[in-house]
Design a binder for this molecule. Structure first.
Ligand code: DC
Length: 223
């Protein structure tokens, strides 16, 4: 079986992984996995079913039968997301959902149940996968690995801009506090913490434009 080329892009909240992943996947004609959307979709499913965050077996069971579908829409940047057939694109991208996803993401059996779902995205002609543990846990053998960073202040600004473009905006100090809290939790959890893979190319994007970041990523994959 031919191996599928995979590019992993990991990094903290608001660093711009999603935009970079989408653009690079488009240029390469590869599939895209937004693993954060899977954790967010799962968080919405757990919340709507009133499953307690302490009920690990219940959460793992729900993860196994999670019915989440992504659909690209012509002329639209972000994918539409359907949970059990119902569109949840807007709720999925709020800060509240991100916070719930980060809280649930510490639970090991849940991560294990979502692992296969993510690995199924590995299909020809290639895959760009963004998240926190793409290069370390989900696709450890990927030939191309990137880790994006930026200062928390810069990331909060980017996040604010993104929220203003989509749903209800927040204020900068609140977003900065939330981003820092999520990073702290994501980086210090016991299972699959946010950390660069040993063989990842680390790019500090604080002073780079998105085009400059894309150029560096393309230089890695376009050989
Ligand atoms: O990428 P994002 O902001 O949409 O992710 C939301 C949360 O989901 C993030 O704070 C932690 C969790 N997550 C994770 O634990 N592992 C991933 N690969 C992707 C997201």
């Amino acid at each position: 079986m031919p191996t599928v080329p995979v590019l992993t892009i990991d990094g903290p909240s608001g660093v711009g992984k999603g935009s970079v992943a989408r653009i690079v996947a488009g240029k390469m004609g590869w599939h895209l996995l937004d693993s954060g959307a899977i954790y967010r979709g799962f968080a919405l499913a757990a919340q709507s079913r009133n499953i307690s965050f302490n009920d690990e077996p219940g959460l793992a069971k729900l993860a196994e039968k999670l019915d989440l579908r992504f659909e690209s829409v012509e002329g639209q940047e972000l994918l539409n997301v359907y949970l059990d057939g119902e569109e949840v694109s807007k709720e999925l991208r709020t800060e509240q959902t991100a916070e719930l996803a980060s809280q649930l993401a510490v639970i090991a059996p849940l991560r294990a149940a979502l692992l296969k779902k993510q690995q199924q995205f590995e299909q020809t002609p290639g895959l760009v996968a963004d998240g926190r543990d793409m290069g370390t846990v989900v696709f450890p053998d990927a030939p191309y690995k990137i880790y994006l960073t930026a200062s928390a202040e810069e990331r909060a600004q980017r996040r604010l801009k993104q929220l203003q473009n989509s749903t209800n905006a927040g204020n900068i100090s609140q977003i900065l506090a939330e981003v820092k809290k999520r990073d702290e939790r994501d980086a210090n959890r016991k299972h699959s913490p946010l950390t660069p893979a040993r063989d990842a190319l680390i790019i500090d994007t604080t002073c780079l434009t998105i085009d400059e970041v894309i150029a560096r990523v393309m230089a890695l994959v376009e050989v």
